[in-house]
Design a protein around this ligand. Structure first.
Ligand code: GTP
Length: 371
C-alpha cells in the first residue's frame, strides 16, 4: 500500500498581503490619476481579479499594503464584503520596497507564527493553482514557497534555479546567459514568523535581500513551477494584452461575470457601438463610450466616456477616461491620458503617449453625430 503525504490542515482564517503601493511609472500617464492596481481591466479594477482568485483559494482576510494614492483603495474596495473577504488597509508614509511593505503590513495580520500567509504583487494576472502552491508549502514545511514561471526570454529578468527536490538554490541577477528560464512570478507563501524577522521601517527588497538571506541561512525556500497563464501587467503593452486576454477568455477570472465574456468585445453600461463600426480582439468599450460608423477598434482598452469618430482606427492602445479621437485618426500602440483629444486625421503610432488633457490639434475634433 502506498502512503500518501500528510498535508497539514489549513488554518481557519487564511490571510493574504497584497502589495499595491508602487507608483506604476511604466504605465504613466494612466497611473497619474489612478494607481496601477485600480486601473480598469476587462471592465473591473485590476485588483478585483486577484481578490476573487484569492477568495477562491480559501483566503478570508486581505491586508492591502498601500502607499501611492493610498486613499483610493479603500474608496474603491471598501471592507471587501463584495468579494466575500475582509479587507484591511495599511499605509506606508514612504514606500518601503517589497520586503519593507510586507513587514509593515504584518502588523495587521492575525495569523499565528507557524501559519502560511500568501503575498501577491498587485500587478500580476495568473492562472496558477494557488491552493496547490499552499499545499506544497505546508507539505515541505517551507519558510517561503515561490511561484515560478518559465519565460522564453529569461535574460530580461533575474532567474531562480532550483535543485532536484524543488528547493530554490539562488536568486540570480539579470545576465545574458541565464542558467534557467524560470523566473520569480511574484506570488509567495510565507511562514508568518519569517515575515516578522524582516527589519521594520527599513526599505528592503524580498528578491535581493530577504530570499537570498534565507537560502544562505539554510532555510527551506521552495519553488512552485507552473506553466499556466501568467502576465505581469506593468507595461502598457502587457496591460492591454491582459485585459484583452480576459475578454477573449484566454484566462478565466472569477471576477468576470459580465455577459459578453468571452467574446471579441466587452461593451459596458450605456456605451454605443455603431453597427457599421468594427470592434474586435477582446476590446473593452467602457461605460458611456461612443464608437461611430466605420471606426475600427482592435485589441484595445477604452476607459469610460471615450468617443471614437467615424472611420478612426485604433489598435493595441489604451485610452483614458473621456478621451476623444477625431474622425479618421489612427492610433497604434498609443497610450492616451484622461481627457486628451486627438484631432481628426492625426496618427499616433509605436507606443506614443499623450498626457491627460492634451489637445492635439491643429484642427478641432469633429464627430458626425455632433449637431
Ligand atoms: P513601475 O514604477 O512601473 O516599476 O511599477 P511599480 O511601482 O508597481 O513597481 P513594481 O512593478 O516593481 O512593483 C511590483 C508590485 O509591488 C506592485 O504591485 C507594486 O504596487 C508593489 N510595490 C512596489 N514597491 C512597493 C512599495 O514600496 N510598497 C508597497 N506597498 N508596494 C510596492
Amino acid at each position: 500500500m502506498s502512503s500518501q503525504p500528510v498535508i497539514p490542515a489549513r488554518p481557519e482564517q487564511l490571510e493574504a498581503i497584497l502589495l499595491v503601493g508602487g507608483q506604476g511609472t511604466r504605465l504613466r500617464p494612466l497611473t497619474i490619476s489612478t494607481p496601477k492596481p485600480l486601473l480598469p481591466t476587462a471592465g473591473v479594477p485590476f485588483l478585483a481579479h486577484q481578490l476573487a482568485k484569492a477568495a477562491a483559494a480559501g483566503v478570508t482576510r486581505v491586508v492591502l499594503a498601500t502607499s501611492y494614492r493610498a486613499a483610493m483603495f479603500s474608496e474603491c474596495l471598501g471592507d471587501g464584503s463584495a468579494f466575500g473577504l475582509e479587507i484591511v488597509y495599511v499605509q506606508e508614509d514612504t514606500p518601503l520596497g517589497t520586503g519593507g511593505a510586507i513587514r509593515n503590513a504584518a502588523q495587521a495580520l492575525h495569523s499565528a507564527p507557524a501559519s502560511p500567509v500568501i503575498v501577491l504583487n498587485g500587478d500580476v494576472l495568473s492562472g496558477h493553482d494557488l491552493a496547490a502552491q499552499l499545499d506544497l508549502h505546508s507539505k515541505m514545511d517551507a519558510a517561503v514557497t515561490l511561484h515560478l514561471v518559465e519565460v522564453p526570454d529569461p535574460a530580461r529578468f533575474g532567474c531562480v534555479p532550483t535543485d532536484t527536490d524543488g528547493r530554490v538554490t539562488a536568486f540570480l541577477e539579470k545576465t545574458p546567459h541565464p542558467v534557467t528560464n524560470r523566473i520569480n512570478a511574484g506570488c509567495y507563501v510565507f511562514r508568518r514568523s519569517v515575515i516578522d524577522v524582516i527589519k521594520p521601517g527599513v526599505v528592503t527588497s524580498v528578491e535581493r535581500e530577504t530570499f537570498p538571506g534565507l537560502i544562505d541561512a539554510g532555510e527551506v525556500v521552495m519553488g512552485y513551477p507552473d506553466t499556466s497563464y501568467w502576465l505581469d501587467v506593468g507595461t502598457p503593452e502587457a496591460f492591454v494584452q491582459g485585459s484583452c486576454d480576459l475578454v477573449l477568455g484566454r484566462l478565466h477570472s472569477p471576477a468576470l461575470r459580465a455577459s459578453g465574456v468571452p467574446g471579441e468585445m466587452l461593451v459596458l453600461e450605456g456605451a454605443r457601438v455603431d453597427p457599421a463600426a468594427r470592434v474586435t480582439g477582446g476590446t473593452v468599450v467602457g461605460a458611456g463610450c461612443l464608437i461611430e460608423a466605420g471606426a475600427q477598434v482592435a485589441g484595445s482598452v477604452l476607459f469610460d466616456g471615450v468617443r471614437i469618430g467615424a472611420g478612426a482606427q485604433v489598435s493595441a492602445s489604451v485610452l483614458g477616461c473621456g478621451v476623444q479621437i477625431g474622425e479618421s485618426a489612427v492610433l497604434e500602440r498609443a497610450v492616451i491620458g484622461d481627457g486628451a483629444r486627438v484631432a481628426t486625421g492625426n496618427e499616433l503610432r509605436a507606443g506614443m503617449r499623450l498626457w491627460p488633457g492634451v489637445d492635439l490639434g491643429p484642427t478641432s475634433v469633429r464627430f458626425s453625430t455632433d449637431v
